[in-house]
Write a protein that binds this ligand. Structure first.
Ligand code: ATP
Ligand code: MG
Length: 427
């Protein structure tokens, strides 16, 4: 027997049984983002490695150990995108979208990180990201948070809490960083290996450690919020006031950090307890230094990215999205019925654009075709045999127990019959 292949570890097939959930989520994303007038941008899945090294930072988990990097046939170092912010910023600079104008953009698609696969953590995963450029105040931060909150509401997802923090300006953070390093250095023996390494490279990320053994030493660390510059403090106060006014509850988490140097001021995460260890479904923040770092003008930016697999898992738990069944299954027995069957199916699709009609293909007698029709979950079987073709009629048999028996209708009345049945079905 020929060798049977398997998908690459950590890369998932999304099977037909799951895709209804994904489509539901994608439809909500489009609708909610449109309600805030965000426009979609579609970006390549591969960028130059240098872009990620520069924007995400050399001493982050992503760049140090998670990227899929390869040389193309020309010897250029390319990387499968681990996130979308860098490519989005690159595209905006490249196409002059940030000159004297603001932008509200979103993107969706697969991201790639070489991580240890586990529930909620994959090597190919999907994000929806929103980015806003050219707006420096807390109003746009609040808008992005409201937008994400509306999305959860739209999807019927509860059990998520918002955590916010402020990272302050880069100057204030540099001063805080020194205090933090002094604090952790004094307690170096309490740090795990990862954190000891980060002490020299990226000490703020220690605050982000998920290691339970580290929580005590982290809890007693100096707080970022006590070291904010006055401008960042005012920004944070206004953000909190706006969120409260909009009725959005939040927790302040002074340990919430993003490990990248260009982040400043607002950072936030939406977290749930229902998914186990991988509980962050959405993470975002302000990155006023990024565009300049990538060679553009000094344009402020703020955005978030949400993890689609984690959201889909939450959506599945709500049980509100069903796999769609066909409305009707067309049975045609006999050669002339088969020809007429195809024409009938096309006619019905012309008449009823939302009709889900499955046509039996592959021949067989009535019994075999009925078995397939039953199995399809369809509500009606439409039946064409020699008799119906001769009389220009179609027999309609409800397949669900509660409905009445078979009727026969003139061919040109079938669409109206199905339309009425479909309307009656709508909740
Ligand atoms: P973590 O600390 O869980 O590794 P992160 O800080 O690396 O998260 P971000 O880069 O902020 O994550 O990505 C935004 C969101 O994308 C996350 O909150 C999560 O929902 C999702 N995400 C990130 N990495 C993965 C992954 N490997 N598999 C599935 N979803 C992911
Ligand atoms: Mg990560």
């Amino acid at each position: 027997m020929a060798k049977q292949f398997q998908a690459v570890r950590g890369m998932n097939d999304i099977l037909p049984g799951e895709s209804a959930l994904w489509q539901r989520l994608e439809a909500s994303v489009r609708e909610v983002l449109a309600a805030y007038d965000y426009r979609e941008i579609r970006l390549p899945v591969i960028e130059k490695t240098e872009l990620f090294a520069r924007s995400i930072g050399e001493v982050t988990d992503i760049v140090e150990k998670e990227m899929y990097t390869f040389a193309d046939r020309n010897g250029d170092s390319l990387t499968l995108r681990p996130e979308g912010t860098a490519g989005c910023a690159r595209a905006c600079i490249e196409h002059g979208l940030l000159h004297n104008q603001t932008q509200r953009l979103w993107y969706a698609g697969p991201m790639f990180r070489y991580e240890k696969p586990q529930k909620g953590r994959y090597r190919q995963f999907h994000q929806v990201g929103a980015e806003a450029y050219g707006m420096a105040g807390p109003d746009i931060d609040a808008e992005l948070i409201c937008l994400s909150a509306r999305l959860w509401q739209h999807l019927g997802i509860r059990d998520v809490v918002l955590q916010i923090n402020s990272l302050g300006s880069s100057t204030a953070r540099a001063a805080y960083r020194e205090r933090l390093v002094a604090y952790f250095a004094a307690r170096r023996d309490e740090l795990d290996e990862d954190s000891q390494r980060r002490l020299d490279t990226n000490p703020l990320r220690i605050l982000d450690s998920k290691n339970p053994a580290m929580q005590a030493v982290i809890a007693e660390a100096p707080s970022l919020l006590d070291h904010l510059d006055s401008e960042s403090r005012a920004h944070f106060e206004e953000l909190k006031a706006s969120l409260s006014a909009a009725g959005i509850a939040y927790d302040i988490n002074p340990r919430l950090v993003r490990g990248l140097d260009y982040y400043c001021k607002t950072v936030f995460e939406w977290v749930t307890e229902t998914l186990g260890a991988q509980g962050t479904i959405c993470a975002g923040g302000r990155y006023d230094g990024l565009i300049e770092e990538l060679g553009g003008q000094a344009v402020p930016g703020v955005g978030f990215a949400l993890g689609v697999e984690r959201l889909v898992a939450m959506l599945a738990a709500t049980g509100q999205v069903d796999e769609p069944f066909p409305h009707a299954y067309l049975i045609a027995v006999g050669e002339s019925a088969r020809c007429h069957g195809l024409a009938l199916a096309e006619h019905l699709r012309d008449q009823l654009p939302t009709l889900r009609l499955r046509m039996h293909c592959g021949g067989g007698g009535f019994k075999a075709q009925f078995r397939r029709a039953d199995h399809s979950g369809a509500r009606f079987a439409l039946i064409l045999g020699d008799e119906e073709v001769a009389a220009d009629t179609v027999a309609i048999k409800p397949l669900r127990a509660a409905e009445n028996g078979q009727t026969t209708l003139p061919r040109d009345q079938v669409a109206a019959y199905l339309r009425a049945a479909m309307l009656a079905e709508q909740p």
